[in-house]
Ligand binder design. Structure first.
Ligand code: 16G
Length: 251
């Protein structure tokens, strides 16, 4: 099957090929393939010479639509989900992704019941002998790694911790311990080599390091989580309002 690529008046043929390829990529012709078909196949499909095709591919690489990996071939640079996260709502990763029509999934890195580290004990306000359930996960949206999270929850809130499934907040909710208030601290950081590999980003890529402490309505601390979010996939958005004018105390 071939496609007719015609240059508009004054347009170079290879630019028409750039447009045609971009259209094909956007409309999903190569949807299942990460790798661009071989030059020979594309030349036949578009009915153009190798020189024209190569020039078009070089332009698409410059534009970031295609990615050239030495020795491996030319890949389609799939747009990864980029997520706007209002920083004022206490939501779970699963809910956040569902709301955006993305499918949340996780790869577990750590799960178990431990004595708290001094940091966990301090953040959770737990005694040194109060055991915590620890859950480390790589969180993915539609299969794309988004964040690494290490959560610690005092065991008394999750006595059957082995039954915690895909959502930590759902497990807490079903036991009547859904956090209602949280405190979050964000800071810019660079990923370590291990984190880079898990997140599928280049070494030393920027990330958002987030610490969340979440509380129950009665003020007890239910969660301490440390996360590394990919800086290229997440925007934390804050809503700002003018605070009402402070009234002078009446005499
Ligand atoms: C979010 C929270 C994290 C919480 C998780 C629960 C941030 C920065 N972090 O990712 O603290 O543990 O949701 O998600 O928002 P889950 O219910 O899907 O397991």
């Amino acid at each position: 099957m071939t496609m007719t690529v015609e240059a508009a008046p004054g347009q170079k043929l290879y630019r028409a090929v750039v447009d045609a390829l971009r259209r094909e990529i956007e409309t999903g012709r190569f949807a299942e393939a990460q790798l661009l078909p071989a030059e020979r196949v594309l030349c036949e499909l578009l009915d153009v010479s190798r020189t024209t095709l190569r020039k078009a591919i070089a332009d698409l690489v410059d534009e970031g639509v295609l990615l050239h990996r030495h020795g491996a071939g030319t890949f389609i640079h799939r747009a990864r989900p980029r997520v706007d996260q209002p920083s004022s709502r206490l939501t779970s990763f699963t809910d956040d992704m569902r709301l955006r029509g993305l499918e949340a999934s996780s790869r577990e890195l750590e799960r178990g019941v431990f004595l708290p580290t001094p940091e966990e004990a301090m953040m959770l306000g737990a005694g040194p002998n109060e055991r915590v359930f620890r859950l480390g996960r790589l969180r993915l949206a539609d299969g794309t790694p988004m964040a690494i999270e290490h959560a610690a929850v005092p065991l008394r809130f999750l006595p059957e911790s082995e039954r915690v499934g895909a959502s930590l907040y759902e497990a807490l909710s079903s036991r009547g311990f859904r956090p209602t208030r949280g405190l979050q601290r964000l800071r810019a950081t660079l990923v370590s080599d291990t984190e880079a590999e898990l997140l599928g980003v280049a070494q030393n890529s920027p990330a958002l390091y987030i610490q969340r402490i979440a509380y129950l309505a009665d003020g007890s601390c239910v969660e301490f989580t440390k996360s590394w979010y990919r800086a290229d996939a997440y925007d934390f958005v804050s809503e700002l309002t003018l605070s009402p004018p402070v009234r002078k105390a009446q005499r």
